[in-house]
Design a protein around this ligand. Sequence first.
Ligand code: GDG
Length: 494
Amino acid sequence: MLYTAKEVQKLVKSKLGGYKFIIVSNREPYIHMHTPSGVRVKTPAGGLTAALDPLMQACGGTWVAGGSGDADRENVDKKDRCRVPPGKPRYILKRVWMSKEEVDKFYFGFSNQTLWPLCHNVFKEPIFKRSFWDGYKHSNALYAEAVGKELKGVKEAFIWFHDYHLALAPKMVRNGAPNKQKLVLAHFWHIPWPTWNTFMLLPWAEEVLEGMLANDLIGFHLHPYCINFLASVENVLGAKVDYKALTVRYRGRTIQVKPFPISVDFATIDKLARRPEVRREMKRVRAPQYIPYKYIGVGVDRIDYTKGIIQRFRAIDRFLEKYPKYQNKFVFVEAGAPSRTRIPAYMKLNEEISELVDEINWKYMRGYWKPIIYIKEKLDSDKLFALYRTANVCIVSPVQDGMNLVTKEFISANVDRSGVLIVSKFAGATEELKDAIVVNPYDVEGFADAIMDSLEMPLKERQKRMKNLRAAVRKNNVFKWLADFISEAAKLTS
Ligand code: GDG
């Protein structure tokens, strides 16, 4: 069966009909910004909001999220709510307000300098700082309070928390709810879960796990992350776990843990990628004044040390050195959306990337040709899809990634079925994408050879692989992810 937004809408109506539907995440799906031409509404770069907005548009409900735009406060009512999407409102966005200091501790601090490196296991030492932890607790309480207000007078509600920013909020919401209120709490953790002995490094490991065990259902992308989570609650809290059934017994309650690999809206991307605007942009990319060379490679990332951008550029360097016939013929376009730029590790990474790009371009540049074009901004979707369609190869090389949606977006946009995907063995998505070329981003030689293989691959082989990849993403699309998660949550309502 092919899942669509309609199917999910029907499912929510039939299984969670009487329940108030609430999503809680740090990132908001729509951001009001001041611009010289008045207030504009933007959507953020990031996988989470892109995956959930179609659900909320189809089903309605309330999305509780942190206000992040400089015009956000002027565009809500007395209860901090506005209706979105603007122009064709389908659901309520309720904003939670935090001061710069609160955001520094909660978002830039504990979420992104403690939990993010801890869960990704990438040789980036997590920062264990008391003030970050206090700020995290405080901000989780703000979210829980906002949810509590939305629950006033409600008999039954399904509350879906998202990600590592909100590990404590579920327990706070449950403790604050009146006894007779029927709540189903679920959490989807969008990043990996580390092995239990890594997780134990966290001085507040117990509190984080207890916060999460207030949920009835906890989802991860992959089975190994579920197993790591079970081992953590077993070893840190002494909870009783069943590794086969993927359940936890804790303080008289049973919590179901389960893998749900997230995906993209295949049909919409496929449709958007065929727009005349995209075709026009493809011509512009190929024009003599831009990239008139035989081969184009593309990388699309939030600039983050988990995404393996440095490793990718080192492999490109080695590839051009080892296979010099590709000099003057191959151009790699990196679209890197700046991210978390207030954090020192990210400032350093940005510098490192720029320096490496300069070094490689200087080493090889000849006349007008240079091997790497680094675009330091979030591209609009026409440009993004044009790049996906023009590229001979898309390279996704994280050193660790929960899933990675760029892989699936590239495949969905590849309507010409001629592109090749190179993907790291450390991306969650690799498990499903059998017809991609798999690399270890740390293995420079193997990676350089894989780039060569991707460019030399005969058209027939490329078409066969891309056909299979597209069939896989079409079937396991974002609506299947939503339907699977909601069906599992609905089992817990009886
Ligand atoms: C987390 C997990 C998991 C990036 N650069 C540009 C751009 N993007 C968009 C992509 C894609 C999104 O950002 C990135 O999604 P990812 O899945 O790759 O990564 P994270 O933001 O780290 O997300 C991840 C995800 O949650 C969902 O569960 O898959 O593992 O880390 O949509 O297209 N978009 C545009 N220009 C850019 O330059 N337009």
